[in-house]
Write a protein that binds this ligand. Structure first.
Ligand code: P6P
Length: 333
């Protein structure tokens, strides 16, 4: 069967659906090439002397792994010269990154978590890169952090790369969700699944159960009912998976359904959950909704949340529509 490359897919998307222009096409190809480089670096492991801690801390106060820093640098260097971006923002950097004055600026803003799931790096469990694309406001010379604070509905593209048994790139430009597998022999991304759809019903949930005693009552009630299974009000048994790598958990849900939860809890009201809105929850919410699923913060659509800070956190409930509606409904109750 003739395989379609990422480049061909993007050219046809631009030609037939006009969901992307030449500059956005370049942006996606540059990010995809950077993810390929990250994949090669990740897969070297100890052979590439890329494992372990970088002995530095990021804005989140988290100790950075060497591969966090390497992945961030790969994305920054790949994207600064092409003329497609006005500025960038990263989970690993406190402030936004301007495009060097020696390069032209473009119409887009790129946000990313360069290597999500870092706690899994040193134990060889799947990790990933998450990215989100916004349009820069017209006519500004140097973007500010404020220019990034747009709701998730403003995203023009979102995607992730998952570095697992296969390296895959999952992408949406607002016309469905499409999956590309890295052909390591050719060094190219090949379309392997078009228009991914999340089953509306599921028997699989993903949450870090060790936080159970801290959860607010709607989540306590919802998870208790899942655990009660066929003996409880749900009348069916559920299975649990938790990879502690959002990209891997979301990819499983995109592939076979499920509900992913990282709720706020009683420990620190100023930190509602662990996941960040701008470069984790928003891109994943766009992907999930484009695949027929749902994504809320327990109260409303994640994509509708008006951002106030670049690194703000948000509770996340996403995946199979029917389950997201149940747990969100319990919050309303
Ligand atoms: P916990 C990884 O650090 C991450 O940001 C997400 O990828 C993942 O879903 C979550 O945190 C795991 O959190 O509390 O299980 O370590």
């Amino acid at each position: 069967m003739k395989r379609v490359s990422l480049t061909q897919y993007l050219v046809e998307e631009q030609r037939q659906h006009q969901t992307i222009n030449a500059e956005l096409r370049l942006l996606i190809e540059v990010v995809a090439r950077a993810c390929k480089r990250i994949s090669y670096s990740v897969s070297k492991g100890a052979l590439g002397e890329v494992l372990g801690s970088a002995d530095t801390e990021n804005i989140q106060g988290e100790v950075q792994k060497k591969l966090d820093v390497i992945s961030n640098e790969i994305l920054l260097e790949a994207n600064e010269w092409g003329g497609h971006l006005a500025a960038m923002a990263s989970e690993e950097m406190e402030t936004i990154r301007q495009i060097p004055s020696r390069y032209p600026k473009g119409e887009f803003l790129l946000l990313f978590d360069p290597l999500d799931g870092s706690s899994n790096i040193d134990v060889n469990v799947s990790i990933g890169t998450i990215f989100s694309v916004l349009k820069a406001p017209e006519g500004m010379d140097s973007p500010t952090e404020q220019d990034f604070l747009q709701p998730g509905t403003s995203q023009v593209a979102a995607g992730y790369a998952v570095y697992g048994p296969q390296t895959m790139l999952v992408l949406t430009t607002g016309n469905g969700v499409h999956c590309f597998t890295l052909d390591r022999e050719q060094g190219s991304w090949v379309l392997t699944q078009s228009d991914m759809q999340i089953p509306p019903a599921t028997k699989e949930f993903a949450i870090n159960m060790s936080n159970q005693r801290h959860w607010h009552s709607p989540v306590q009630r919802y998870v208790d009912e899942l655990l009660a299974g066929s003996t409880g009000p749900r009348g069916k048994d559920f299975n649990m998976r938790w990879i502690a790598s959002m990209v891997a958990d979301v990819h499983r849900i995109l592939t076979r359904g499920g509900v992913f939860m990282y709720p706020a809890d009683r420990r620190d009201p100023s930190q509602p959950g662990k996941l960040r809105l701008m470069y984790e929850a928003n891109p994943m919410a766009m992907i999930v909704e484009q695949a027929g699923g749902a994504a809320t913060d327990g109260k409303g659509r994640i994509l509708d949340i008006p951002p106030t800070k670049l690194h703000q956190r948000v509770p996340v409930f996403l995946g199979s529509k029917e389950e997201v509606e149940v747990v969100t409904g319990y919050h309303a109750g």
